[in-house]
Design a protein around this ligand. Structure first.
Ligand code: NDP
Length: 278
């Protein structure tokens, strides 16, 4: 009898608590062409949002993951996801595109800034160009994307929520992972988030960061090929003893962009399986 309590499944038609709804909210997702960004974009669509993706990948082809999500959005989910080809380091184009989205939709409600790059090079071999490139995308690109979106929220006199994707690498040194500039860039994302939250709070704009642990995506696939021992070492470095998958960051994105987190700003949501040292 009692076990029924534990085996009962929610009804297939169950809905989210209303405060998690993103119905008709206009949300920009940078780096949403694939990986974590695209997975989070799909979750936002499921919660009712209208999504605009900014990515520098070539426009998505038929049969791509993006095309599948787009077909689901306009079909089953009754909303839309639009792809905009842009490099987030190009401030002028970024402002034009985000301004155009706000004009077309008549509102601007949120951002996930997931566009980011990784490069492994021993510190002594790092060039100034490599370091500038990393910080240019992961810090300045994130900053300028947040600025472009916040500018439209303020122009439209709207409150909103910005989510910047950092990394646990912003607060821990990853032994065996050679990416000093990446870790520095992710530490900067944390502090950027807190300061933007302080500056834009008076406009009702919330800014939070998500700091993921290791995720199985195209970004990490290359790292595993080069160093197969990481396949066991990395899972061993967290309490759950495994890597994570992009879909394990869906709920956090919906939570932080929705009214469910209405009093949360300047915070970091660390999702790393309890990453710890031996
Ligand atoms: P992916 O490389 O799979 O996706 C990132 C997307 O962002 C790609 O489409 C990429 O295009 C795009 N992008 C990169 N630079 C720019 C740019 N200048 N302008 C526009 N688009 C750009 O990465 P993930 O999904 O794995 O990572 C998403 C975010 O999560 C990143 O910020 C990453 O640092 C962070 N993260 C990832 C972890 C992981 O283990 N995977 C762990 C912790 C944090 P292109 O391929 O052309 O570069």
């Amino acid at each position: 009898q009692g076990s029924k309590l534990y085996t009962a499944q929610p009804a297939a038609t169950s809905t989210l608590l209303p405060e998690f709804s993103l119905k008709d909210r206009v949300i920009v997702v940078s780096g949403g062409g694939r990986g974590v960004g695209l997975t989070q974009a799909e979750a936002l669509l499921e919660a009712g949002a209208i999504v605009h993706v900014l990515d520098r990948l070539p426009p998505p082809a038929e049969g791509s993951d993006f095309a599948r999500v787009a077909a689901r959005a306009t079909g089953e989910l009754g909303t839309s996801i639009t792809y905009h080809h842009v490099d987030v380091r190009d401030q002028k184009v970024l402002n034009e595109i985000v301004g155009g989205i706000a004009d077309k939709e008549g509102r601007m409600d949120g951002l996930i800034a997931a566009a980011g790059i990784q490069q492994e090079t021993p510190a002594l071999e790092y060039s100034a160009e490599d370091s500038d490139k990393m910080l240019g995308v992961n810090v300045t690109g994130v900053f300028m994307t947040a600025q472009a979106v916040a500018r439209q929220m303020i122009r439209l006199k709207q409150k909103g929520s910005l989510v910047l994707i950092g990394s646990m690498s912003g607060t821990v040194a990853n032994r065996g992972l050679i990416c000093p500039a990446y870790n520095a860039s992710k530490a900067a994302v944390l502090q950027l988030g807190r300061n933007l939250a302080a500056e834009w709070g008076e406009h009702g704009i919330r800014v939070n960061t998500i700091s993921p642990g290791y995720i199985v995506t195209a970004m990490t696939a290359g790292l595993f090929e080069a160093f197969p021992e990481r396949k066991t070492a990395w899972p061993d470095a967290n309490m759950l003893k495994r890597l994570s998958y992009p879909n394990e960051y869906r709920g956090a994105a919906v939570f932080l962009l929705s009214d469910a987190s209405s009093f949360m700003t300047g915070a970091d949501l660390r999702i790393d399986g309890g990453h710890c040292a031996w």
